[in-house]
Design a protein around this ligand. Structure first.
Ligand code: HEM
Ligand code: HEM
Length: 203
């Protein structure tokens, strides 16, 4: 749906709060993933190197931004419905998702990318799963942070439930980021969607 604001040519169905929070979250997650490649995490003796400190504090920022994005999704009047992002609780939404999976599978067999449809069920369901995944990473990291800060546990991540979840999900974040950002760029290059639908910050 085009923007209702007449001061700009920006055409996007995403409101400004969604676009700003999405950008902040994406930058924080890229920082998290890059730091995780080289950082030395804490153990019983030392508190972790500088890259781990960047991971820690950008991770806390990601936690706040993910919470803000959920709140915006709940409260906004323009943008993707919460039910489209989380279709798992509605028979009607699940049936639409099933139909959409068939469309995508048929196109994939012909090595085609279906036309970008902002109302399509499958992309929104995957965006929702991505946001749940990021929220689980952020929440498990934040639980670890609080447990260590309160002195309930040593900084050594081994053996902590929160960190077991964190480390188990880490590779899925790479997969989501590469697939999601890759498809967004592909749609942009094929001119079936403009990146500025999400990556523009005007009103
Ligand atoms: C959305 C936010 C976050 C993402 C995407 C993320 C991602 C990652 C990744 C990819 C790893 C490496 C996993 C591996 O080596 O297999 C990691 C490790 C870790 N993260 Fe996070 N993280 C996030 C938030 C946090 C927060 C808030 C904390 C709190 C301090 C934290 C603490 C840690 C620790 C302690 C490790 C293990 C370090 C080690 O190997 O010793 N993370 N994280
Ligand atoms: C891990 C980091 C990221 C997360 C968690 C994430 C999450 C999301 C979510 C939840 C949506 C749906 C928002 C809604 O409909 O209300 C979305 C849409 C979008 N994202 Fe991301 N994103 C990330 C990174 C990126 C990156 C790096 C790019 C650019 C290359 C990107 C490009 C887009 C675009 C263009 C849309 C709009 C799609 C449409 O309107 O059909 N995202 N993202």
């Amino acid at each position: 749906m085009p923007s209702t604001d007449h001061n700009t040519n920006l055409q996007t169905r995403h409101n400004r709060a969604t676009r700003l929070l999405h950008a902040g979250l994406a930058l924080a997650i890229v920082t998290q993933l890059l730091t995780s490649l080289q950082m030395h995490g804490p153990d019983d003796v030392q508190a972790g190197d500088i890259l781990f400190q960047v991971h820690r504090y950008s991770g806390i920022s990601a936690t706040v931004l993910a919470f803000g994005l959920w709140m915006t999704i709940l409260l906004r009047s323009r943008g993707t419905d919460l039910g489209a992002l989380l279709p798992w609780f509605s028979g009607r939404r699940l049936a639409a998702l099933g139909r959409d999976i068939k469309v995508y599978a048929g196109a994939a067999l012909k090595l085609r990318l279906p036309e970008h449809d902002p109302e399509a069920a499958l992309p929104s369901a995957i965006h929702g799963l991505g946001l749940v995944l990021i929220s689980a990473m952020a929440a498990s990291g934040a639980v670890y942070f609080v447990q260590v800060a309160l002195g309930l546990h040593s900084a050594e991540p081994d053996g902590m439930i929160a960190m077991t979840v964190h480390l188990a999900l880490a590779n899925l974040v790479w997969a989501y980021l590469i697939a999601h950002a890759g498809l967004a760029m592909l749609h942009h290059l094929l001119r079936s969607m403009r990146l500025s639908t999400m990556w523009a910050f005007g009103r």
